[in-house]
Design a protein around this ligand. Structure first.
Ligand code: SAM
Length: 280
């Protein structure tokens, strides 16, 4: 089942959190000369048109990236993320939004490599075209979870894996835990960033319990809720789980998350949280 299209949701509050964390991790990798490898298991289309039919229909980006990208008091921690958005919108009007592959590309250096997989028959060709001329990137129409077995460890032994499924099938909640275990077995020093939606809190508690039981250490969590938890349909919050986070990430998120929460949720509902699922 592949009915999910990220173009309906691009630039929403969940993307803002996800891409903030992504850009901070990539920036941390850039602090050393040694090349890094980025694996994006669920890459999406790469670039999203915010004035397009899909994004206009939901208007989600208006309560996400549109609320923060031109703020005068932008925290330093958001500069690399916003630089990716600005690069796609050079005349100052918000028309395009960069997905995770474009954020990684904007921040990467000549020595770094990207491997991007996407299954959707409409989104994959868009992703492939975006990277046709970039020799540092490979795109593949294949199952993202499979890459955690076949592409790890990377030759450079440094890198980041982003796992960002749509959770349109319930098995994704277990598949992400199994996927992290598979990846970690092969590449224990890598950083793994997993996005999750909070639709039913119980599902996330189970996901975290699975991670705790895995025996993997250094698992951080950061979450931004726009509404309190609810039993009704719909996403009230989203978060990122980061295995082996860069040492500054906790402090950076503690600085930036209250600012993001204030700007994205002017009514002040929900919460902002940084904590450890499993410490050192
Ligand atoms: N990571 C993207 C970003 O941040 O811009 C967004 C990805 S979107 C949330 C999830 C994507 O996963 C969808 O485009 C969907 O078609 C794709 N997908 C679903 N199942 C997949 C699978 N097993 N392997 C690879 N891609 C998959």
């Amino acid at each position: 089942m592949l009915s999910y299209r990220h173009s309906f949701h691009a630039g929403n509050h969940a993307d803002v959190l996800k891409h903030t964390v992504l850009s901070l991790i990539v920036s941390a990798l850039n602090e050393k000369e040694k090349p890094w490898f980025y694996l994006d298991t669920h890459a999406g289309a790469g670039r999203y048109q915010l004035s397009g039919e899909h994004a206009e229909r939901t208007g989600e980006y208006l309560e996400g990236i549109a609320r923060i990208w031109q703020q005068d008091d932008l925290p330093a921690e958001l500069e690399s993320y916003i630089s990716c958005v600005s690069a796609l919108n050079p005349n100052g009007k918000l028309r395009f939004y960069p997905g995770s592959p474009l954020i990684a590309r904007h921040l990467m250096r000549p020595q770094d490599k990207l491997h991007l997989t996407e299954l959707h028959p409409s989104d994959y060709p868009l992703l492939r075209n975006e990277f046709l001329k970039d020799e540092r990137a490979r795109t593949e129409r294949s199952d993202g979870y499979q890459q955690l077995k076949s592409k790890l460890p990377p030759p450079s032994r440094r890198g980041l894996v982003l796992i960002d499924p749509p959770y349109e099938i319930k098995s994704d909640y277990q598949a992400v835990v199994d996927g992290i275990k598979e990846g970690h077995k092969r590449f224990g020093t890598g950083t793994y960033a997993l996005w999750y939606p909070v639709v039913m809190r119980q599902q996330i508690k189970r996901l975290f319990a699975g991670l705790e039981a895995s025996g993997i250490r250094r698992i951080m969590q950061t979450e931004l809720a726009v509404l309190p938890d609810s039993d009704r349909r719909g996403m009230t919050a989203s978060g990122m789980v980061v295995v082996n986070p860069p040492w500054k990430l906790e402090e950076q998120m503690n600085t930036v998350l209250p600012w993001l929460h204030k700007k994205l949720v002017p009514g002040g509902t929900g919460h902002a949280r940084v904590s450890w699922i499993v410490p050192e």
